[in-house]
Design a binder for this molecule. Structure first.
Ligand code: SF4
Length: 335
């Protein structure tokens, strides 16, 4: 268990994930290299918490999600659930501890299988219960996500996007995991359907006492949904803390820009939002020093170009910026 709490906790400790950049389809003029997808990330999410991971596309948030489930191997560091390393954990134990809901409900369900079989699959694969009990649990789980017995025999193509995501959530929860990783689970859905799926996730989190790690580029959504938030840039956490406090007074210049660039549904008529200047640098050759210095309006001099800032505590949250000089905060827990 985490030192910070007695509740079961999923922890990434100094986690890094790197890939070879050059694949079969690389252009002749592209250089071989290593994609530094996740760099030295530490988080600790107790059961019952809704933890958000925010950032632009390519910041490493989806790779972090996959590493938490041991779907990609870390290059350094480790993931622990309730104090036990996920690497080498027996499959049933791992899948009974943590599950994932993917972004695209259209591709994540096998089109040739009936909904009942899709939801029950993990019970069958892991030899859990007899047929009668499996059928009972499958129906109960479908009812928890707002579907019913009339849907058991149908195929995925007979459902809307929102219903498919409900099926994917039922499939993820059938082994009664303690933790759920949701990777942009509503971004492929119509806006009108998104709200219903989000409400379902909130309700299931409460009813089942789940610890959720919610990955999204949508800051409004994370602000509404999460208790704590980590903001990632070029594979690193640049700010982490209670969501309300980050939104009320963002500390890292990137978080400030990200929030300023996010259109809010409540601020009609306000000045047009400013997009963040410049392009995200390559995570094959990230800039030296602070990874954000090529776009930062608050850059304070050569130190920003040459020295990587540590993650440090500042007013109750962890911030990676030379503007702040609190005590080191690499553990991922609370201050
Ligand atoms: Fe900006 Fe410097 Fe802080 Fe980086 S370390 S965010 S460049 S002020």
């Amino acid at each position: 268990m985490s030192a910070a709490t007695s509740r079961p906790t999923v922890e990434a400790r100094n986690l890094s994930v790197r890939f070879r950049a050059r694949g079969e389809a690389a252009w002749p003029w592209s250089k071989a290299g290593e994609v530094k997808a996740v760099e030295n990330v530490s988080i600790a999410v107790p059961r019952g918490e809704m933890f958000g991971v925010a950032g632009e596309s390519g910041c490493g948030k989806s790779t972090l999600a996959r590493a938490l489930l041991n779907l990609v191997a870390p290059s350094a560091g480790e993931v622990r659930i309730d104090g036990r390393a996920v690497a080498g954990m027996p499959a049933l134990e791992l899948r009974s501890s943590i599950q994932m809901v993917f972004q695209d409900p259209y591709n994540s369900l096998n089109p040739r299988r009936r909904v009942g079989d899709i939801v029950a699959e993990s019970l069958v694969v892991h030899g859990r219960f007899d047929d009668r009990e499996r059928a009972h649990r499958t129906l109960t789980m479908l009812e928890k996500v707002g579907l019913g017995a009339q849907h058991l025999e149908r195929f995925p193509h007979e459902f809307s996007g929102g219903q498919r995501q409900r099926i994917a959530i039922a499939r993820a929860l059938i082994l009664e995991p303690q933790f759920l990783v949701l990777d942009e689970p509503t971004s492929a859905l119509d806006v009108s359907v998104q709200a219903m799926v989000l409400e379902l996730i909130r309700q299931l989190r409460r009813d089942l006492d789940l610890g959720c790690i919610f990955i999204s580029h949508d800051l409004n959504l994370l602000g509404f949904l999460t208790d704590r938030l980590a903001v990632m840039y070029l594979g690193r956490i640049v700010e982490m803390g209670p969501t309300k406090e980050i939104f009320a007074a963002p500390a890292h210049p990137y978080t400030v820009e990200l929030i300023a660039a996010t259109p809010s549904p409540y601020e009609e008529g306000r000045e047009p939002r400013q997009p963040i200047e410049g392009e995200i640098p390559s995570n094959v050759n990230p800039p030296p020093g602070c990874p954000f210095h090529t776009r930062c309006r608050k850059r304070i001099g050569p130190i920003c170009d040459s020295r990587l800032p540590e993650l440090r505590w500042h007013e109750g949250r962890a911030v990676r910026c030379h503007l702040y000089d609190g005590p080191p905060a690499e553990s991922g827990g609370a201050p």
